[in-house]
Design a protein around this ligand. Structure first.
Ligand SMILES: [Zn+2]
Length: 501
């Protein structure tokens, strides 16, 4: 994982200065690692990402639900999180600072093999590589398992946990879904909501959060559906940037652009339905503005998989700050979850197939919103001698249009304000700015990634035209004010290009 710490500093600096995110939160009390506040621009950007994600799922026939974020302990006993959702941790014997062991070893010995190691093997690895406490150089103690769930209580004494994923809370509704879907499978649902992970010592800013917004789509289906998946036909010729498990076995992480049909034939995917889910996750990320040169799809090695996963692929996004960043996981969870909840709740979570009860399988797409958000800012950053700008896709840019009267004179201010309001009424987010020279106002908008600026000048009063300026090329076009809103909407949604104006 190559990374450019100085570049990371630039991105964090810009994000704090311009109001994308602040933290660690609460800043005025010194901050707790793993918590961030979203500023006004970060919140706008996150809303746009969530809107885009929501539209993609609904378009793919998923139904959205919302569940509580706290559940009693038995739910997490059943899901396997109480026993299995653990990180290996060591404490310094001298200063008592705690560390997540696999991260600590990889920080000091980047090519060490630690994935899938038991606590005993990790204790041995610490000795073998001579790892000491980074803050005081003291000896590190034996490695123990540490549960990542945030514990709380309901009422006086009922043990409960903040959900570490939204998926489990979705599975608990399976009986209700059967009624809603009139007992027909496959059935697809998704959830967007907060999840919590009590990371031992999160040190990667926005990439490792203790509280984050998770998106998880689930398909409940039978084994026969997984093989007979008619929707695969529509995507079979699409080419995706894949890094299969077989490629990695040969010691390479090279991307092979592969059609979905070929990937299935070569055994990169076992099941058309699962392959379709990987494709859906990929198209969601394309919709967020990530292009093929920024991302790859990587299959997990068997030792990397979570306790419930039969197969797993990740979407990874390349950043200048942190190298490749894992942003999304697609999991074949089999019938593990429903079987466990059936066992623990004593409620039947099966359907009838040929008069026999069958517990359905689950395919899942899971990701946090904050990681792609950070990766988008990282990838959007551009600079030259003259300026710095964020080249967000117009449809996800926090502020989409800025409106400037050339000067603060009443004859220009009036029409400019009217135009600003009309743009806001169209559903676009527009900022009004009269401060400083036009050049300086352009720079301010460039720095927050506003794709289009509209200037009202004396020519506007004569012939009704305004100047529209494009952020990336810095080119300008005159557009009549009667056609302005439609033009801006088309530009933002990518239905016309600026050059065609
Ligand atoms: Zn120490």
């Amino acid at each position: 994982m190559s990374s450019d710490r100085d570049f990371g500093e630039i991105i964090y600096g810009l994000s704090k200065k311009r109001g994308f995110f602040w933290g660690p939160s609460p800043e005025i009390y010194g901050g707790s690692a793993g918590f961030y506040d979203l500023g006004p621009l970060g919140k706008l950007l996150k809303n746009r990402l969530e809107d885009t994600i929501r539209r993609s799922f609904v378009r793919a026939s998923f139904w959205e639900v919302e569940c509580p974020t706290v559940s009693p302990a038995i739910v997490w006993k059943a899901s396997g999180h109480l026993d299995g959702f653990v990180d290996p941790v060591t404490k310094c014997t001298k200063c008592s600072q705690a560390y997540r062991v696999d991260d600590l070893i990889l920080e000091q010995v980047p090519d060490a093999k630690v994935s899938g190691f038991s606590p005993e093997e990790l204790t041995a690895a610490i000795k073998e590589h001579g790892i000491k406490c980074p803050s005081c150089k003291g000896e590190l103690g034996p490695v123990e398992k540490y549960n990542l769930m945030l514990r709380t209580r309901l009422g006086l004494d009922q043990e409960a946990y903040m959900r570490p994923e939204t998926a489990t809370s979705t599975y608990l509704l399976f009986r209700r879904f059967l009624t809603f879907f009139r007992d027909k499978l496959p059935a697809s649902v998704f959830q967007i909501g907060k999840a919590y992970r009590n990371e031992i010592s999160p040190r990667q800013g926005m990439l490792r959060l203790r509280e984050f917004t998770q998106v998880e789509g689930q398909i409940f289906l039978l084994e026969t559906d997984e093989i007979e998946w008619p929707r695969f036909e529509a995507i079979r010729d699409d080419v995706l940037p894949l890094v299969s498990y077989q490629t990695q076995e040969k010691g390479s992480e090279k991307v092979s652009p592969t059609t979905m049909a070929d990937a299935l034939e070569r055994g990169h995917f076992q099941k058309p339905a699962y392959a379709w889910c990987v494709h859906l996750a990929y198209s969601i990320f394309r919709g967020l503005g990530f292009t093929d040169d920024m991302m790859r799809l990587r299959q997990h090695l068997p030792t990397e998989r979570a306790h419930y996963a039969k197969d797993a692929w990740d979407i990874e996004v390349h950043t200048r700050s942190f190298g490749w960043v894992e942003c999304c996981g697609v999991h074949d969870r089999g019938n593990y979850d429903l079987t466990r909840h059936q066992e623990f709740s004593k409620v039947k979570l099966s359907v009838k197939v040929d008069k026999k009860p069958v517990v359905p399988n689950v395919l899942e797409i899971a990701f946090g919103v904050e990681r792609p958000l950070f990766c988008l800012i990282d990838n959007a950053y551009a600079e030259d001698k003259e300026r710095t700008w964020l080249k967000f896709s117009p449809h996800i840019a926090p502020v989409q249009v800025a409106v400037f009267p050339l000067m603060g004179k009443p004859e220009l201010l009036g029409p400019a304000r009217e135009m600003h309001e009309a743009i806001m009424d169209s559903g676009l987010v527009a900022q009004f700015d009269v401060g400083g020279s036009i050049g300086r106002r352009y720079r301010r908008q460039d720095e927050i990634g506003t794709p289009f600026c509209v200037t009202i000048d004396y020519e506007t009063l004569e012939d009704g035209t305004v100047t529209v300026r494009d952020r990336d090329a810095m080119s300008q076009a005159r557009v009549h004010k009667d056609a302005l809103i439609e033009t801006l909407l088309n530009l933002v949604h990518g239905t016309v290009s600026f050059d065609s104006l």
